[in-house]
Design a binder for this molecule. Sequence first.
Ligand SMILES: [Zn+2]
Ligand SMILES: [Zn+2]
Length: 271
Amino acid sequence: MKFWGVRGSIPAPGSSTRRYGGNTPCVEVRCGGQMLIFDLGSGVRALGQAYPAPLKAHIFLSHYHYDHLQGMPFFTPMFVPLNEFAIYGPTRTGKTVQEIISGQMQQPYFPVTAEMVFRAKVEYRPFGEGMEERIGEARVTAVELNHPGGNLGYRVDYRGHSVVYATDIEHGSDVDARLAAFARETDLLIYDAMYTEDEYRGRVGPPKTGWGHSTWQASIQAADRAQAKTLVLFHHEPTRDDAGMEKMLREVKRHRPEAVAARELQVLNVV
Ligand SMILES: [Zn+2]
Ligand SMILES: [Zn+2]
């Protein structure tokens, strides 16, 4: 697994975020010869530059908030005829994944349409909770998370190992128990640890309840409850600088010594 974007909500480039990175969510998972990509945040631009054609990948979209989709028009492998992609995502507000992606690349938001510029072979496949996709020996499943407008968490199982991508979830609903069952004994639980408890409750800044995100304290509970082997903090708050990230990770490690705060270009191997 390689992290190409780990930041939540909006890119946060600059010297204060250099260590953890400023790009929004994009995670590459390799299972043997298969490439899976989770979300098309701004991090996917660099992924696209790293891999020459021919490139074949299965792309899973959690939801369509800007931070998870804004890299798509700048993912240059989409412009190359030799490349092949299957793009999976939920149907929302009556629109399929294909309609939603076409809808974000049009005037007045964007100069050219997907139909005008994408030359790769692209197949769009609606996906949702209760469905399963087999990609080589990998198996991908999904669960609905608690997030405004809906959001899919994904699990990849491959040769007795697994990773769960559960970003953009607000803790404190009955979804917590469902996620625990979905992520049971996973090797890596990638979880939304955007806020501190003080930030979430409004003791620092405005209250963030109902915004659809979780806290590092809740990430520990989620990992404990699922009996996940490794907790990976993800969807970092854009205003949190590298020193703030280190401080948060130190707190988390007091409870979960194995925990990792995802860093851009970091590779995690599950063996
Ligand atoms: Zn997000
Ligand atoms: Zn979101």
